[in-house]
Design a protein around this ligand. Structure first.
Ligand SMILES: [Zn+2]
Length: 86
C-alpha cells in the first residue's frame, strides 16, 4: 500500500485515506469492511460514476461541488469518530 502523504505529514485522514484498503476489501467481497474504511468514498464514488455515465462531462460548477463535498468529508471524518456499529 502506498502511504498517504497528507496523513504522514499531519496525522489526519484526507478524504481518500482508506481508499486502497477499501478496494482490496471489495475485491475480496468484504463489502461491509470496505464501506467502513472510507464511508464517504464508498458512497461518493458510485454516485460520481453514475453521474458521469449520465452526463459524460465535468463542468467547472460540478467540479467545485465535488471539491467542496470532498473537503467537507475530509474535515468531518477527522472531527467525528465514524466507526462500524458495535
Ligand atoms: Zn489520505
Amino acid at each position: 500500500m502506498l502511504p498517504c502523504p497528507f496523513h504522514m505529514l499531519t496525522g489526519l485522514d484526507c478524504p481518500f485515506c482508506g481508499g486502497q484498503r477499501m478496494v482490496v476489501e471489495l475485491l475480496h467481497g468484504h463489502f461491509a469492511e470496505a464501506f467502513w474504511l472510507n464511508p464517504g468514498l464508498a458512497i461518493g464514488a458510485p454516485l460520481m460514476t453514475l453521474w458521469w455515465l449520465k452526463h459524460r462531462e465535468l463542468t467547472s460548477n460540478a467540479a467545485l461541488v465535488i471539491l467542496a463535498i470532498s473537503l467537507a468529508w475530509g474535515v468531518i471524518r477527522n472531527l467525528v469518530n465514524i466507526a462500524p456499529p458495535a
